[in-house]
Design a protein around this ligand. Structure first.
Ligand code: SF4
Ligand code: SF4
Length: 216
């Protein structure tokens, strides 16, 4: 069984925010919530500026799941961490526990009322029947049930953001790093969040430098 994961390749992200727009549109995300956002470091510094697209990483040992007092969270057979809005009491504990700032709350409430938590579903809906109106209204589109991957990754124009079976996307990323090293460019081997989310070193990076000019 596949374990679904995201990788964002900082050497390719051009900060176009296409992934953010795709997510908002596909899932009709509530006003004030960004399930995905693009973070830029060294903004404006030539040669040092890098951007990455960040959302829920669907952690292997998810802190949100551990702290939720009403057990809203569950994990699908494909390794996606989902959340039940019917059970959520809006306490906000998950947002404090998450290392990636993924859980968010609609900003339309009055007097600081939080409402139900909302986060990236890896475009795989929620506990309702797959593809139902009720599922769409609460969680957005269930693309996984239709045999499709998340739209953010599918629409990324530079393929910086890749999503899918962790083994497959790690291979894709590893191949890129090897090619960049062979071309004498910055390998960009660090994968943001991978170790935090999956408790391992940045495994997608290659072990050794290949022969110059070698294909992979
Ligand atoms: S769509 Fe791709 S290139 Fe554009 S901001 Fe998102 S990850 Fe970066
Ligand atoms: S990224 Fe945050 S919300 Fe997503 S599974 Fe990990 S702790 Fe939970």
């Amino acid at each position: 069984m596949a374990r679904m994961k995201f990788i964002c390749d900082a050497e390719r992200c051009i900060e176009c925010n296409g992934c953010v727009t795709a997510c908002k549109n596909e899932n009709e995300v509530p006003w004030g919530v960004n399930r995905r956002r693009v973070v830029t470091i060294n903004d404006g510094v030539v040669g040092a500026e890098k951007s990455i697209s960040v959302a829920c990483m669907h952690c292997a040992d998810a802190p949100c799941m551990a702290v939720c007092p009403v057990d809203c969270f569950y994990r699908t057979d494909e390794g996606v961490v989902l959340h039940n809005k019917d059970t959520c009491i809006g306490c906000g504990y998950c947002s404090y526990a998450c290392p990636f700032g993924a859980p968010q709350f609609p900003s339309s409430g009055v007097f600081g009322l939080r409402g139900k938590m909302d986060k990236c579903t890896f475009c795989s809906g929620g506990p309702e029947k797959n593809g139902s109106v009720a599922e769409f209204e609460k969680y957005g589109r269930n693309r996984l049930a239709e045999g499709k991957l998340p739209l953010c990754a599918e629409l990324c124009s530079t393929k910086a953001l890749i999503g899918g079976d962790g083994d497959v996307i790690a291979d894709v990323f590893r191949t890129r790093v090897v090619k960049r090293m062979a071309a004498g460019k910055n390998a960009g081997a660090d994968v943001f969040g991978w170790a935090t989310a999956y408790g391992k070193p940045n495994t997608p990076a290659p072990a050794a430098k290949p022969a110059a000019g070698g294909k992979s």
